[in-house]
Design a protein around this ligand. Structure first.
Ligand code: SAH
Length: 257
């Protein structure tokens, strides 16, 4: 059996309780060495075989899983953040399907949640934005034309850009072409939840300069939208005194502040 497990964004105690248990029970761990906190490997059991997938191909990863399975061993495939976001998990699962090896998935805290926590930020402020677009700038991996940053920018929604910290000139041009302003609030969050975390509030126009000044080229998320500065938003209906929910009767004429 193979368990795909989300390791969380960085801090070792941000793995889920279930993920931690699966890790402590595994006979084989294959971890994404580029971004998974090595501290997590301290909790594996004695004799656990550990592979760093940063130096392996897809074929080598699945061969290691197959070898473990043939010996009746349990494998944890430890991915950074949540496996479903840019995790390249489906291609592994398809090979496991071909080989008849069973697997399941344990979610993790994605870095986009870690980045919001680093800034005490709410992505979905009423009256500002109610949507979060998770995307990336095109690099060596192509992005379908209809999903270009420019196309999404046209919505003016909150955007979280993965895998784009080294491509800020292109990203800025696309954001501006799509309709964001030079002074639209933005943020760069480097290594969210790691001890070396950095957060920088800037604007779309100053993204590149801010990254350069701080030597950031990778392992960062770019957040874009007015929620970053949270200057003017509406209070939530859910917690308004006049609003009735399944759990609480609203009272007419009670002013919220
Ligand atoms: N599955 C992961 C994303 C993997 S793609 C998740 O859910 O977070 C790798 C990219 O994620 C990096 O290039 C960077 O853009 C982002 N990333 C991963 N961990 C990060 C962290 N702790 N802080 C900021 N960005 C991070």
């Amino acid at each position: 059996m193979v368990h795909f497990v989300g390791a969380g964004p960085g801090a070792a105690d941000l793995i889920t309780v279930r993920g931690q248990r699966l890790l402590s029970e595994a006979d084989v761990v294959i971890y994404a060495g580029s971004l998974v906190n090595p501290k997590l490997l301290e909790s594996v059991k004695a004799g656990c075989r550990i592979y760093n997938s940063a130096r392996m191909t897809l074929e080598e990863v699945t061969a290691a899983m197959e070898l473990a399975e043939s010996g009746g061993l349990t494998t944890v495939r430890l991915h950074t953040g949540d496996p479903s976001i840019y995790g390249a998990v489906r291609e592994q699962m398809d090979i496991l399907d071909e080989k008849g090896i069973p697997y399941d998935s344990c979610p993790g805290v994605s870095s986009f949640c870690g980045a919001a926590a680093a800034l005490n930020l709410e992505y979905t402020l009423p009256g500002v934005s109610q949507s979060v677009v998770i995307t990336r700038t095109e690099g060596r991996t192509l992005v379908p034309e209809r999903e270009s940053v420019q196309a999404f920018a046209g919505h003016g929604a909150t955007m979280v850009l993965f895998l784009s910290a080294g491509l800020l000139e292109r990203l800025t041009a696309q954001l501006l072409a799509g309709g964001y302003r030079e002074d639209t609030p933005a943020a760069i969050v480097y290594k969210a939840t790691w001890p070396e975390e950095q957060t920088h509030i800037c604007t779309v126009g100053t993204l590149k300069g801010t990254a350069e000044k701080n030597g950031i080229t990778k392992t960062a998320l770019i957040l874009v939208g007015d929620v970053v500065l949270h200057g003017s938003y509406e209070r939530s209906k859910l917690y308004h005194p006049e609003f009735t929910t399944a759990f609480r009767a609203g009272k007419k004429g009670v002013e919220g502040h």
